[in-house]
Ligand binder design. Sequence first.
Ligand code: HEC
Ligand code: HEC
Length: 422
Amino acid sequence: MKRSRLTWYLLAALLALVPVGVRVLTWKISWSQPVDPAMAQAGEELFNHEWKPEDPLAPDGDGLGPVFNATSCVACHQRGGPGGSGGLESNVTIFTVRNNDGTTRQGVVHARAVRYQETLRHVHPELPAIARPALALLVPLPGREREAIPFPPGVHVSQRNTPALFGAKLIDDLPARVLLAQEKGQRLRWGLAPPESEHLPVGRAPRLTDGRVGKFGWKGQAASLADFVQAACANELGLGNPGHAQPAPLGKPDCRSPGLDLTLEQCDQLTAFVASLPRSVERPPETSRAREDALAGKRLFHAVGCADCHTPDLGPVEGIYSDLLLHRMGQELQGGGSYNGRPVPVPDAEPGEGPLPSEWRTPPLWGVADSAPYLHDGRAATLEEAIRMHGGQGTRSARQFAALNIAAKAQLIAFLTTMRAP
Ligand code: HEC
Ligand code: HEC
């Protein structure tokens, strides 16, 4: 008797576990598509290739340009190895202009050109004819005299610093539902606080105009690695491709390429290379004393609320230290426009549409020790400065950090410096 009861219980338990089992199996399937090594190798060559106008690798198009920011991917993505982050010198300049009729015009002021050089004057006639404005001309930098140029009303010019691409495949493979669950969890945790909160760390998942959830870019503006790579080819190098047309120079809208520079296969090869880059790692310090400090710093990281947004694990991705959600980071950190034209820029927009000027996707902190300078435009030279500049939803946590004693601050920083490029 007893025996058959047990069998029934076991059977019931098994049945109850079926949905979980199916989930686990399909999860694995949707999750770990390995990168084709031959594709990645071909992509590596394209990533390191020095592009030229009329480049032989782009036989159908005009090659590099007509406007571009650099001559190779690796020229910007290079700190800590190919695919790493970039310095201020490779910042990308972005503008948004609100027209009189309420519509907006946005784009990139490219640093270089084959023929028609773009400058800030193309953005607005009152601005100087500078092609590569130093960051100090756009925002006040710590410890520097204020030298920012005044901008006419409705004109926003900001820059984007080059992020590291290590571990991008883990983010690419992350199902959108993980971000949506994260969003819900944060709202519940703070008593159903809305994402419009300027103070509580309640983020929102970036939603693109086509309904997909954004995971890449400082504003979470691209849903997949392949999309971002195609946009980067066009915007950074002027390599038009089936996913993204090459930009015409500002002031020369009729400048057209004879054909596409890259095939879809070449774009896929580049994506495969980026996807093959190993993830960043947590490297504990050598001495046991230093290890204890870093461990204490990790506890402080949680205690002062850093982990509310920089969540250590996201779904199956361990040690990413990001929720990949957009957070309102305050007036000082505003920056309008979007790097790759999607989604529509919306200064003064209703929440729920594209990202606001003050909204940024929490950057993963893996590898952060090797990716200075920090924040979306690289205005923070050090980790301390980056923390101090957290406004809006990050204010409370930054204040708690500021209130720590010197030794505790050093411990938290010591923890951050264990996060190294691979
Ligand atoms: C002029 C410097 C520069 C060059 C050249 C460049 N990038 Fe980038 N890259 C950036 C910047 C800046 C960003 C951040 C843009 C943003 O989020 O608005 C970025 C972001 C990315 C991202 C998204 C990373 C993330 O986690 O959000 C990918 C992928 C990428 N680049 C790939 C490439 C590839 C592939 C090439 C070559 C075709 C390339 N980049 C060339 C500066 C550069
Ligand atoms: C409300 C969410 C939130 C909280 C809380 C928060 N951060 Fe951030 N953090 C962000 C966002 C969003 C950015 C990007 C802002 C920007 O680029 O303008 C950022 C940027 C950073 C950066 C720069 C990373 C890079 O690659 O440029 C560091 C370092 C950092 N945070 C550490 C911390 C630490 C340490 C704490 C706790 C004292 C903390 N953050 C608390 C959301 C948060």
